[in-house]
Structure formats: C-alpha cells, structure tokens
Design a protein around this ligand. Structure first.
Ligand code: MN
Length: 227
C-alpha cells in the first residue's frame, strides 16, 4: 500500500526528452499586458506588474480534461507563457536571469473571478481565487535549447473554436528576463520554480463542457475539456 512517502512530485513532460521537469514553486505575474490591465480596470501607465503565487499542487498535467472547481460561478481563463527554471539565484541581473531558463510551456492561470473581486473589495488575499486544485494546467515543456530564446510570438486562446484571447509575447510589459530578475529580488529563486508570465486581453468565463485551446507560437498548444 502506498504511503505519504510514496507520493509523486508534480512533474511536467518535456518534448523530445525522457526526463520530466519537477515543479517546485509556482509564481505568477499580474497585469503584464497593457490591454489586459485596462480590461481589469487598472492603468498600466501608472501601475507596474506584480507577483502572486499558487501551490505546486495547482499545476495540472491535462489528460484532455480539467475539473471545474468548486465555490465559483465565474471561472476565468488566462492563457499565459510559462517559464521553467533549472537554475536559481537572488538579486540577479536580466542577463544572469537568462541562464536560469530551462524551457517554456503553455499554461492557463485559472481564476475564480467572483472570489477575486470579493477579495479585492475586502482587501483580502487572493489564494482561494488563484491557488485552487487544477488552477494551473500546463502543456508539455519545450527546452530553450530546442526552441531558442523567445522574444515574440502569438499567444492565443479559443473557447469551443471561438477566438477569445490574442496577444503577442512582445507585448509583455516585463520581458521574461526582467520578470526573473525582479522576482529574484523578492525570493532566492531555485531550480524547479515555474513562472506564469501574465495574460493578454480577452479573459472570460469557462463552463463545464467547454473546449479550451491555448497556443503559443514556438512553444506548443494546450487543449482540454472542462469537466
Ligand atoms: Mn494571470
């Protein structure tokens, strides 16, 4: 019989490799695309992006299905570039931060928008809005050695085949190396950390039975049904 000591770590497959990437911590960037910041009622010219986090257990390797969570009637999709680190450090320069990147994935930062709105109103933490079970589906990773450093590329999300989100990685307010450098001034970053880098405009509700497809040029695709 399995015991708690046999529980597997959360790992992500890597395209073309046998090894799986072990997920440590999960950091997220808020309002890293100007159009999305505006749709959330913020002024990207005055407020810098910011960080929050999810537990590693929120990462979901979809087998074609993602469970619809409890305690919400307004689950929102946020398609995001996910960056996986194989090296860490603290107070790094953007140049040093580049050496930390192992690879990229396509992720969804699922959000209980109704709970988040309540939390914002009451000045309370976002954890129940952001860090719930299966709130972070991530595709197989692609190693940066295979795909190269990403500066641009379309990021899209369709719902039941209808276009919902569309942006370009070049529209990120903080670029990937700047995100890592900034984050490393708050935390000593470690191998295994992954970062959701923010979502472009067009977030909206997902319901049971919906088919979600997120794509990022040069990285891959993530497709599943909400069940
Ligand atoms: Mn997000």
């Amino acid at each position: 019989m399995k015991t708690v000591f046999d529980l597997p770590a959360v790992t992500l497959p890597v395209n073309g490799r046998d090894a799986r990437f072990p997920v440590g911590r999960v950091f997220c960037v808020g309002r890293n695309y100007a159009e999305h910041a505006r749709e959330m009622g913020a002024d990207p010219g005055r407020e810098a992006p910011f960080f929050f986090s999810k537990p590693a257990s929120a990462v979901w390797v979809p087998d074609g299905k993602v469970p619809y969570p409890s305690r919400t009637t307004e689950l929102h999709h946020e398609a995001e570039l996910v960056v996986a680190l194989h090296r860490g450090g603290r107070s790094m320069t953007a140049e040093a931060a580049r050496d930390c990147v192992y690879g990229y994935g396509v992720g969804i930062d699922f959000t209980r928008r109704d709970l988040q709105a309540d939390a914002k109103r009451q000045g309370r933490p976002w954890d129940t809005a952001k860090g719930f079970d299966a709130s972070g589906p991530v595709s197989a990773l692609v190693a940066v050695d295979d795909c190269g450093w990403l500066e641009k590329g379309a990021i899209t999300l369709t719902l039941n085949g209808e276009p919902r989100q569309r942006g370009d990685l070049s529209d990120m307010i903080w670029k990937v190396d700047e995100i890592i450098a900034e984050l490393s001034t708050y935390y000593t970053l470690q191998a295994g950390d992954i970062i959701f880098t923010g979502t472009p405009a067009g977030v909206g509700a997902v319901n049971e039975g919906d088919v979600v497809l997120a794509t990022i040029d040069g990285v891959g695709r993530l497709e599943f049904t909400m069940v």
